[in-house]
Design a protein around this ligand. Structure first.
Ligand SMILES: Nc1nc2c(c(=O)[nH]1)N[C@H]1C(S)=C(S)[C@@H](COP(=O)(O)O)O[C@H]1N2
Ligand SMILES: [Mo]
Length: 213
């Protein structure tokens, strides 16, 4: 058996970094999951905003945003519909970089991401820091396609992929956790795939980042 599987294993990092969270299966495809139509976005009007509990809100135009330092990141991603995809290749701006441009008010503890087209999703601020979250601008070396959230999407790979808002327009910093589109429909406030937090009923009451208001 080890001989038969050698080629397959050779594609994986020797440290076995790729792991499937509970209940997930691996796909090599990149499925498109969108509730509703793909919005048309004119780059001349595009903006990204940080607002809410910040001393001074910030707004970047497309050109200003693209002048920010960018990084490559290669996460495994996990959709709540149970597909996971290993070693996806992105380039974009870290949330750490963006958050350097605002002074947060002390109460800021959560963020509500809002998108062109009206989608929203909530995340604890702690899940956006320390190289855990990006605004993705490129996928596999090309500008992000509209169906995958181009021109710019949130990518927070350590949470279920519905937290990675496509066509993102900004983040509103909040003092209380406010459910977004899928969370209003009963999905988890936190969405940690390793804890299999699919639905609100999976949220751990001991986890302060996943308590419902
Ligand atoms: N704006 C917006 N963002 C969204 C969604 C959506 O419907 N609208 N779907 C989410 C879900 S459920 C998933 S799994 C991923 C899918 O991203 P993909 O279509 O690029 O695979 O986007 C997330 N972000
Ligand atoms: Mo999803």
């Amino acid at each position: 058996m080890p001989f038969v599987n050698k080629g397959f294993h050779a594609k994986r990092p020797a440290d076995g970094a790729h792991k499937l969270p509970p209940g997930q299966y691996e796909t090599r495809d990149f499925p498109v999951l969108t509730a509703g139509p793909t919005p048309r976005i004119n780059l001349a009007n595009w903006e990204f905003r940080l607002e809410g509990l910040v001393e001074t809100p910030v707004r970047w135009s497309w050109n200003e945003f693209n002048a920010l330092p960018q990084q490559d990141f290669n996460p495994d991603i996990h959709c709540v519909t149970k597909w996971s995809k290993f070693d996806t290749k992105w380039r974009g701006v870290s949330l750490d970089t963006l958050l350097e441009h605002v002074q947060l008010k002390p109460e800021a503890a959560f963020a509500l991401a809002f998108s062109y087209g009206g989608y929203t999703t909530n995340l604890p601020l702690a899940d956006l820091r320390n190289a855990q979250a990006f605004i993705g601008l490129q996928y596999e070396g090309k500008l992000l396609t509209p169906e995958h959230g181009g021109p710019a999407r949130l990518v927070v790979p350590h949470l279920y992929f519905w937290k990675s808002a496509k066509w993102v327009q900004g983040l509103r910093l909040l003092g209380v956790d406010k459910p977004g589109f899928w969370e209003e429909a009963g999905y988890s406030m936190h969405g940690d795939p390793w804890k299999e937090q699919r639905y609100g009923s999976d949220d751990d009451e001991a986890d302060p980042s996943s308590s419902r208001p």
